[in-house]
Design a protein around this ligand. Sequence first.
Ligand SMILES: Nc1ncnc2c1ncn2[C@@H]1O[C@H](COP(=O)(O)OP(=O)(O)OP(=O)(O)O)[C@@H](O)[C@H]1O
Length: 261
Amino acid sequence: MDALPGRPMHASTPEGAPVIGRLPAPAGPAPVEISGLSYAYGEGELRRPVLRDIALTVRPGEIVLLTGPSGSGKTTLLTLIGALRAMQEGSCRVLGQELMGAAEGERVALRRRIGFIFQQHNLLGFLTAQQNVAMALELDPATTEAGRLARATAMLAAVGLGDRGGSRPDQLSGGQRQRVAVARALAGDPGLILADEPTAALDRQSGGEVVRLLRDLARRRGVPILLVTHDPRILDIADRIIAMEDGRIVPMKEAGAVPSP
Ligand SMILES: Nc1ncnc2c1ncn2[C@@H]1O[C@H](COP(=O)(O)OP(=O)(O)OP(=O)(O)O)[C@@H](O)[C@H]1O
């Protein structure tokens, strides 16, 4: 179910076997390595620090959850790692690219190597599920339109929506839309998945299904995930949980706002 056209799987699993437990962590450099990162919004008297001296490493294949109270800086950190905003201070190396001082072109190139999943699925309403997933591959000059659509279909099958490729987002349930977003994020063989509250708009059951699917597909490929969440129901998918408070990473025992699973 998971062997996609023209795309070798990074991790070998027996064809069709259910994914249970952990595969050996892939070796290699850390996909995310952050030190001394600080960030502030505004300027002059309006300047407001929101991230302070952050240090964080995500290891190859690791699934890391970032949690903490509203306003603690989680989304800001995620957008810096995703090269969606420019760094101000410290070092943030993502998939080998140092983002401190990186040019806009370098940030754009890095973004293409990252799979993003947001709270709202961000699918285009006038495109079918298949077209939405295929769109993620359009920037790859090595692909043809037919190849992109075939890969999109295979990716939709991998998220259990093999028969819904022709449906537009408004014809799908919230959980199905988010599964399309998972398929889209993984379609381009990203080196890293960044997810911001992917279950926030979903009920308990579909939220759980979506993140477990994301975890299993990412693990099969050895793709690390950094996922921001408030949702205590999904903490069990993590290899590691990191808590933030007031712009800092805090040890879990001090993180009073971290809900228990
Ligand atoms: N574009 C912006 N301009 C100014 N301030 C901002 C901006 N974006 C976020 N902030 C502020 O920065 C702080 C951190 O916000 P951020 O969204 O990173 O926190 P968060 O932990 O993700 O919160 P939530 O869980 O509510 O999404 C908050 O006080 C927020 O109001």
